[in-house]
Ligand binder design. Structure first.
Ligand SMILES: NC(=O)c1ccc[n+]([C@@H]2O[C@H](COP(=O)([O-])OP(=O)(O)OC[C@H]3O[C@@H](n4cnc5c(N)ncnc54)[C@H](O)[C@@H]3O)[C@@H](O)[C@H]2O)c1
Length: 240
């Protein structure tokens, strides 16, 4: 993305998708790598578009979340609003329903949850790929669940999943869920199908969750397991 100027910030609401290079008729599809066929086999490079991978980012003062997404992704104001709303709904209190829906369970307001789920996945695919270093996810697992995570075993996260680039955030979540059985912290050095959302979060800035959202299509292999001094289980993953 080009550097933000004052002009950008002022004019952001008038910005039009058609003006983005991807919106020009002659450029249609030029940012999508099509040569290698099946998306599954294309790896991280093809997952994302032309945007430069990045870590967490901040929205320039005077610019709105919607305006930022509109410019960064080259989408219409209305589409940017749908993305921002979907991420808001997920992070606020819909994450359980969205993940349950993605696991094939029936949920209340199925149609609405289905749209939010689609919008989140679409946003992750279009947004800059995460390249801000190691990410952590804190969960609570029962003994039976934990036993599935043997070295060499392969897992998804049962839907779109929240990670943080700050280990203390994941530790807090793991501790919170300790009543499930074990406080577990997943470590992943990459999130090739994930994107930073701190700038869209209700808890932005350095005191926030530094959240990274990983697609439901993310898959990981267990490399190593360790127990720390507080009896928390650290599961080191490698993305597949
Ligand atoms: N968990 C984190 O480390 C983390 C990091 C940043 C932000 N957040 C925010 O916290 C809120 C809650 O997110 P969350 O991740 O705790 O909710 P979640 O619904 O993904 O996880 C809740 C519980 O579901 C179970 N679960 C989740 N993934 C599992 C798996 N792969 N296998 C077996 N059981 C699994 C665990 O018991 C887990 O504690 C969201 O608003 C999110 O944005 C969480």
């Amino acid at each position: 993305m080009a550097e933000w100027t004052e002009q950008d910030v002022k004019q952001i609401r008038e910005w039009d998708e058609k003006e983005h290079p991807r919106g020009q008729p002659n450029n249609a599809g030029q940012f999508v790598e099509k040569s290698s066929g099946n998306r599954k086999n294309q790896g991280a490079k093809a997952w994302n578009n032309d945007l430069t991978p990045r870590g967490q980012t901040d929205i320039p003062i005077g610019c709105t979340k919607i305006g930022y997404v509109q410019k960064e992704l080259g989408v219409s104001y209305e589409r940017a609003q749908e993305y921002v709303d979907a991420i808001d709904a997920y992070a606020d209190n819909r994450y359980s329903a969205i993940r349950a829906f993605q696991q094939g369970q029936s949920v209340e307001n199925q149609e609405e949850i289905s749209k939010i789920s689609r919008d989140i996945e679409d946003y992750i695919k279009k947004a800059p790929r995460w390249n801000g270093g190691e990410t952590f996810r804190g969960v609570g697992l029962s003994d039976k669940e934990l036993q599935r995570f043997t070295v060499g075993s392969e897992h998804d996260m049962k839907g779109v999943s929240s990670w943080s680039n700050e280990i203390t955030i994941a530790e807090d979540f793991a501790n919170e869920y300790k009543s499930y059985g074990y406080a577990v912290i997943f470590h992943s050095p990459t999130q090739n199908r994930g994107t930073a959302i701190r700038h869209l979060s209700k808890y932005p800035g350095s005191s926030g969750e530094n959240e990274v959202l990983a697609s439901k299509e993310s898959k990981y292999k267990v490399l190593k397991r360790e127990t720390d001094a507080y009896n928390r289980i650290h599961i080191y993953l490698e993305e597949m």
